[in-house]
Design a binder for this molecule. Structure first.
Ligand code: SAM
Length: 264
């Protein structure tokens, strides 16, 4: 059995659970059109893993197709709340941190690994490890489908403007790596907070602080990142980057699991 060290960010998602799909901002979730892109070419019986139990609509759409669905999430509450929301036994829901090696029984078994704007929740080290964790789940020729918002979120822009004005920007934002540290932003975070649907603002603040360090990417960063991914002689080959529905500057990256040195 692989022993995983606790990822401190999981506690932030334990604060939210089903509130994400019940009260969160609609634009934080994939639209019907975006779900259609995720599902393209997936047929009944396909072995699919969704990373992120919060992406409930995508899980339900895969189940409706007859796919064999596994959901992995590092937050116990997210897993529990999704279990409670879905019919008993409809899919496997596992507590697992995707930045770690895949559970042994799942390694190399999945045809599709899907996630919506999850890579935006990662720091620079987590981004590579997270993609490696996704690759670890895939059969050769299997696909990662990961939507990623490129550039800054509106709230990041407010924080950067406030931090610049107050002379504290460098304490929470590194312009070189484009990593923003919500835990280090202090009053700048509370003063820049934008609503997230109906989620209470105190809870929202605790959620952001617990999310800690997150990197912001442009297309070139993602293309470069994918070339660094390596798990036991396998890598990810970028196949397509498709504009993502109505969401500004968001793309769905499709990458295929290949033996290193091979093209897809
Ligand atoms: N746009 C997304 C949606 O529609 O659900 C939200 C972003 S992401 C998919 C959020 C989900 O990923 C949460 O359920 C969170 O607990 C989970 N998550 C974040 N980091 C993770 C990690 N390292 N391993 C596993 N799950 C993670």
């Amino acid at each position: 059995m692989t022993i995983q060290t606790e990822n401190a960010k999981a506690a932030a998602w334990d604060l939210i659970g089903s509130l994400f799909w019940e009260s969160g901002r609609t634009t934080a979730k994939p639209s019907d059109e975006e779900i259609g892109l995720f599902l393209h070419g997936i047929t009944a019986g396909a072995r699919c893993t969704v990373v992120g139990a919060s992406t409930k609509d995508l899980v339900e759409a895969l189940l409706a197709l007859g796919a064999e669905v596994t959901v992995v999430d590092f937050s116990e509450r997210m897993c529990e709340d999704l279990r409670a929301a879905l019919p008993d036994g409809s899919c496997r829901i596992l507590r697992h941190d995707i930045t770690q090696r895949a559970p042994e029984e799942l390694r190399g078994t999945q045809q599709f690994v899907l996630n919506d704007r999850l890579v935006n929740r990662f720091s620079e080290v987590e981004a590579r490890k997270g993609l490696e964790g996704m690759l670890d789940l895939l059969t050769d020729g299997g696909q990662v489908r990961a939507s990623i918002k490129l550039g800054l979120y509106p709230m990041d822009e407010r924080m950067i403007a406030n931090g610049t004005e107050r002379g504290t920007l460098e304490s929470f934002y590194d312009a070189g790596t484009k990593v923003i540290d919500f835990a280090a932003a202090g009053d700048v975070l509370s003063d820049s907070l934008l609503p997230h649907g109906g989620i209470d603002s105190e809870l929202l603040l605790r959620w952001y602080r617990g999310r800690g360090r997150e990197q912001r990417f442009d297309h070139e960063d993602i293309a470069a990142l994918l070339t660094t991914v390596d798990v036991e002689g396998r890598g990810l080959h970028l196949a397509t980057a498709t504009e993502f529905g109505q969401a500004p500057k968001t793309k769905m990256y499709t990458a295929t699991a290949v033996r290193s040195g091979q093209d897809a």
